[in-house]
Design a protein around this ligand. Structure first.
Ligand code: DGL
Length: 267
């Protein structure tokens, strides 16, 4: 089986990759974090599309025919275009898990946190329109939170005070479900739980995405009998990426450097 590509603006997509390693332990995976351009969430749709296209081409050249856009922002900006431009590739993208939240809520009020760009995309509007007509959906962009997570500041005073500022008003409005609409945010789920308490269920889509990737790939036919290999690449600083990866997951991995040249990503 070909390796499966997994891509994010930084370390966030590792929340999805981690679930994939549990769900499909024999699959070979290639992870790309485009850290040099992070945060995507505060860039224009056009810029995000250009970067996504560059990473997708790199993953295709590396042998991937299934690519997981493990970034809500890049999915919002570019998933449709990538499917049109590369019809022979199977793409799995992220969309905020508004559907389960709307189905499960008892209070009728659900919260969604995501990047500014994700809320601006058509994908988010269509998800709310399709699945959450009868519930109140509170949307809260969290500018700066991605950078806190990339810096390994998962529960520092600054991160907590940022989260309080965004989550306290949602709590006051009686949410009982909070959708993590950015793949970085599961890494601060514990800090969020400390603020919202046990009455609010936090929804991380990673396990569901991992099951979807398994379904759309050839995984069921793979009988290699060996553990899958994971290659990690970043366009940013490999040492910093490796250190944060260890802090977030306990893994210690070799991180390889990528370079951008006229919108082309190379080793
Ligand atoms: N992990 C990305 C997401 O899911 C973060 C985007 C960013 O770099 O701002 O949206």
């Amino acid at each position: 089986m070909n390796p499966i590509g997994v891509f994010d603006s930084g370390i966030g997509g590792v929340s999805v990759l981690r679930a994939m390693r549990v769900e499909m332990p024999q699959a070979d995976l290639i992870y790309v974090g485009d850290n040099i351009h992070l945060p995507y969430g505060e860039k224009s749709m056009e810029e995000i599309r250009t970067y996504t296209r560059g990473v997708v081409k790199f993953l295709i050249e590396s042998g991937c025919n299934v690519i997981v856009i493990a970034c809500n922002t890049a999915s919002a900006a570019a998933l449709k275009q990538m499917r049109d431009e590369f019809p022979h590739i199977t793409f799995v993208g992220m969309e905020p898990a508004v559907k389960p939240a709307a189905e499960q809520t008892q209070t009728g009020v659900v919260g969604v946190i995501a990047t500014t760009a994700t809320f601006q995309g058509e994908l988010f509007a269509s998800v709310v329109e399709r699945f959450a007509n009868n519930v109140k959906v509170l949307r809260q962009p969290c500018p700066g939170l991605v950078q806190q997570i990339e810096a390994g500041e998962l529960a520092t005073d600054k991160t907590k005070s940022m989260l309080h500022q965004w989550l306290d008003p949602m709590k006051e409005q009686n949410i009982d479900r909070l959708v993590l609409g950015c793949t970085h945010y599961p890494f601060v789920a514990e800090t969020i739980r400390g603020i919202l308490g046990d009455g609010v269920q936090i929804i991380d889509p990673a396990p569901a995405i991992a099951r979807q990737v398994k379904r759309v790939s050839d995984y069921e036919n793979l009988k290699s009998g060996r553990a899958g290999e994971v290659q990690f690449y970043t366009s940013g600083n490999p040492n910093q990426f490796g250190n944060v990866l260890t802090q977030l997951t306990g893994w210690s991995e070799v991180i390889q450097q990528l370079h951008w040249n006229n919108n082309v990503l190379t080793r």
